[in-house]
Design a protein around this ligand. Structure first.
Ligand SMILES: Cc1cc2nc3c(=O)[nH]c(=O)nc-3n(C[C@H](O)[C@H](O)[C@H](O)COP(=O)(O)OP(=O)(O)OC[C@H]3O[C@@H](n4cnc5c(N)ncnc54)[C@H](O)[C@@H]3O)c2cc1C
Length: 510
């Protein structure tokens, strides 16, 4: 069979990973990106000498990344360097309790025993549980496409055995009694857009993944990792067009024919893979395709994850007491999450993630200065309307005052640059349905077979990659989704003999 010409819409980590795999397999692959830089959520803002990674900062599962260089016969070391971060996170509570989560077992034991002596045993049991979840949920299933109901039925017994139908917090509470430690070991699902009180306990695998492979940060910031992947793709012959928003996907007789760009060009392609938001793809890019009416309705009626409010700010002094990754819990946990996910109201209180990348890499700020972003989870735009134009500065003030009063003395006086990113930016800059930061919410009924299929069932040549597809959001998630989607495309167009990137040494790490 003639090799297909492939277009990828969007240059997020999922789009880049998929494009690299297909180009490495010999398929002529072109990426069309709406924005002026690649990376999607991993965009980079540069203000007055400060470098702000806009999105992902906790880089885990480095093997996913190394595989991309291996399939292209290149070495990752020649493109980007990953630096270990320790502790993984410092967690803070309003009563002054702090917890450093790291790979140092002795240090973890010391902290857990000091806080809640009987919870050390529970923690060990929790880790044993997450190891099982990791083996079943990540190693065996994360990169495998679920293209029919049977593929889901086949894994149902394993999922049931692991209590995947139970929420993260419930499973953590089975092992750990102390409320703050329960929060410390359940907040991880928020990193992929999941409420710990409703996301499947499959997401506890993130613990084991972090403990196995650590947390790292690319030298030069996450943007350097994006640039490394773009360079790899271009080195093997791929093309990336920036400022090239796709207006629609062309179809005829239930078959993909190509793309229309907003600029007016029409380009023929045999295969189109959308890395753009799944809601945007079905609602806008495929608006004229009548065959997809039911799929469109189903996707748009699913539960989308929360949005985020972010402030990127630079200071003219260093706050060296902060760690690289800081998670700041507010007074409420379950109720605050209910405000964000279910009630859809902007609460007066918040829980925050504070990124201080200069702890690992001083090159991201001018000398003597410090670079930060602070992130607050907020409802997506499908709930009661919040007027973000007028709310943003007020909400930002509240967050900065809070940081100043508890964690960053004299902060306001030392801020020399600042910008916001609101749910409106997720909607308008990234074309995210309802301004969701993580696409479809990771609940069991929207996972695996029930998530957007990696290959559309009705339109030949139409595929998906990224946070809205299996296995879901997060950098390892979308890179695994690229493995799943590329294996389907290679299988569909070249037959089962073409290797889709299978590395036994990676799997033996579990
Ligand atoms: C603030 C924040 C912090 C995060 N932190 C972490 C973290 O620390 N660790 C982690 O693992 N994950 C993290 N995540 C999640 C992770 O960043 C995402 O799940 C992942 O990067 C999404 O990748 P993606 O492949 O789905 O594509 P996206 O990043 O969503 O990119 C999609 C691309 O498609 C483009 N596009 C959309 N419509 C069109 C169109 N019509 N034409 C052309 N292009 C189009 C967009 O411009 C965008 O560039 C974070 C997310 C956010 C928002």
């Amino acid at each position: 069979m003639k090799q297909p010409k492939v277009a990828v819409i969007g240059s997020g980590f999922g789009g880049l990973a998929l494009a690299i795999r297909l180009q490495a397999a010999g398929y002529e692959t072109t990426i069309f990106e709406k924005r002026d830089q690649p990376g999607g959520r991993a965009y980079v803002f540069r203000d007055n000498g400060f470098t702000f990674d806009a999105g992902p900062t906790v880089i885990t599962a480095p093997h996913c990344l190394e595989e991309l260089f291996q399939v292209a016969n290149r070495s990752m070391n020649n493109y980007v360097k990953l630096v270990p971060v320790s502790p993984f996170y410092r967690l803070y509570w309003e009563d002054g309790f702090k917890f450093d989560y790291s790979n140092d077992n002795a240090e973890l034991k010391r902290q857990i025993l000091a806080k809640s002596p009987h919870d050390w045993d529970g923690y060990l049991k929790f880790m044993a549980y997450t190891k099982e979840v990791f083996r079943e949920g990540y190693i065996k299933l994360a990169h495998v496409p679920f293209s029919n109901l049977w593929s889901m039925v086949k894994v149902a017994p394993q999922l049931a055995q692991l209590s995947a139908f139970r929420p993260v917090y419930t499973m953590v509470s089975k092992f750990i009694q102390d409320e703050q430690l329960r929060q410390a070991f359940s907040f991880h699902s928020l990193l992929v857009g999941g409420n710990p009180f409703s996301s499947s306990s499959i997401y506890t695998l993130i613990h084991y993944l972090e403990r196995s492979w650590g947390v790292s940060f690319p030298q030069g910031g996450t943007g350097a990792l994006v640039n490394g992947l773009v360079k790899l793709f271009e080195d093997i012959g791929g093309k990336v067009y920036l400022n090239s928003e796709v207006d629609s996907i062309l179809t005829k007789n239930k078959k993909v024919m190509g793309l229309n760009l907003k600029s007016g060009s029409t380009l023929p392609f045999d295969v189109v893979v959308s890395n753009a938001d799944v809601g945007h793809t079905y609602k806008t890019l495929l608006r004229s395709e009548k065959t997809l009416a039911a799929t469109r309705k189903r996707v748009l009626s699913q539960r989308f994850s929360m949005s985020l409010f972010l402030i990127y700010f630079g200071t003219n002094k260093k706050y060296s007491h902060l760690k690289h990754h800081n998670v700041i819990f507010g007074a409420r946990y379950k109720e605050l999450l209910a405000d964000i996910f279910s009630r859809g109201v902007l609460a007066d209180d918040f829980s925050l993630y504070l990124h201080a990348p200069c702890r690992t890499d001083n090159s991201l700020a001018p000398e003597g200065c410090d670079t930060f972003y602070v992130l607050s989870p907020v409802p997506h735009l499908g709930h009661d309307a919040i007027d973000w134009q007028s709310t943003a500065p007020i909400y930002a003030d509240k967050i900065l005052n809070y940081l100043e009063s508890r964690y960053m003395p004299d902060l306001r006086k030392h801020i020399v640059t600042k910008r916001y990113f609101t749910p409106l930016n997720f909607r308008d800059d990234l074309n995210s349905h309802l301004g969701s930061a993580f696409s479809l919410e990771p609940i069991l009924t929207q996972s695996a077979y029930f998530r957007t299929q990696n290959r559309d069932k009705k339109i030949q040549g139409l595929y998906f990659v990224g946070a809205g597809t299996h296995p879901g959001a997060g950098v390892p998630g979308v890179i695994n989704s690229a493995k799943a989607t590329s294996s389907m495309i290679l299988n569909d167009y070249s037959g089962p003999t073409v290797p889709a990137g299978h590395f036994p040494e990676w799997e033996s790490l579990a």
